[in-house]
Design a protein around this ligand. Structure first.
Ligand SMILES: Nc1ncnc2c1ncn2[C@@H]1O[C@H](COP(=O)(O)OP(=O)(O)OP(=O)(O)O)[C@@H](O)[C@H]1O
Ligand SMILES: [Mg+2]
Length: 245
């Protein structure tokens, strides 16, 4: 799987939020996207997931160029996104949240309406939660879980569709040091399984720890695009703080 973004522009009410964005990603790579609040990170990711429409530019996926990406297209291509606000329904149970919008159904002979296949969903949910090392009761309300656990429910929901590209927007923002470390290990694990990952954070240390390639955004533009091995953490900090390297 390869994904290339070229010449992407997006504005809100005449104000440019993304300007001439170019970058690429492929399977088994973690791309770290870093930048200050308001740099345009979430907007860029939403353009890739189809949650927002871009004004100009192209997104080429496995050699096929698209000038419009809808949520349906992105899902069918194998792109899954975990939003910054997680987008969970806290008053619903774990299993409902994992299958939101992608419920497994069964058609009973002679009936027109498909039924929810709860037992299959239960099996798949338990399997994915085990994979993520999360030991919770799947009939529990999500509102009763910790921030780190809720984060993993959102990841489970993304993984249930077997994505080829996983986009994670600020997954460590609400996590403590130990939970963050666990999450970074989990992300490395997913990469080993051949998933391409876009990992967004304004925490440079997290980005540096986990990424193979690092993009830095400022005011809607990509100002740095480097292999992690070609830059030190200190240099990255300096660029972020707008100092000479
Ligand atoms: N729906 C919207 N309507 C109008 N302006 C928007 C909308 N969404 C984002 N913006 C603006 O676009 C700019 C980029 O926002 P975005 O959320 O992409 O930044 P970000 O890099 O993800 O920031 P953060 O680190 O705070 O999450 C901001 O100035 C924001 O106010
Ligand atoms: Mg954001």
């Amino acid at each position: 799987m390869t994904l290339n973004v070229s010449g992407l522009y997006k504005s809100y009410g005449g104000r440019h939020v993304l300007t001439d964005i170019h970058f690429g990603i492929k399977s088994g790579i973690i791309l770290g996207l870093v930048g200050d609040n308001g740099a345009g990170k979430s907007t860029l990711l939403k353009c890739i997931s189809g949650a927002e429409q871009f004004d100009h530019g192209q997104i080429t996926i496995d050699g096929v160029a698209h000038s419009v990406i809808t949520p349906e297209l992105s899902r069918s291509i194998g792109i899954a996104m975990i939003y910054q606000n997680l987008d969970l329904c806290p008053q619903q149970d774990v299993i409902t949240n994992i299958f939101l919008g992608q419920e497994k159904t069964i058609r009973i002979f002679g009936q027109n309406t498909p039924f929810l296949n709860r037992s299959h969903m239960k099996y798949l949910a338990t399997e994915v939660l085990n994979r993520l090392g999360l030991d919770v009761d799947i009939s529990q309300n999500v509102s009763l879980l910790s921030g780190g656990q809720q984060q993993r429910i959102a990841i489970a929901r993304a993984l249930i569709s077997h994505p080829k590209i996983l986009i994670m927007d600020e997954p460590t923002a609400a996590l403590g040091i130990r939970e963050s470390k666990k999450l970074l290990d989990m992300v490395r694990n997913l990469k080993m399984q051949g998933i391409a990952i876009i990992f967004v954070s304004h925490k440079i240390q997290d980005i540096y720890d986990v990424s193979d390639r690092i993009l830095m955004m400022r005011q809607g533009k990509i100002i740095t695009d480097l292999n992690k091995n070609d830059i030190s953490l200190a240099e990255l900090h300096k660029i972020m703080m707008n100092e000479e390297v």
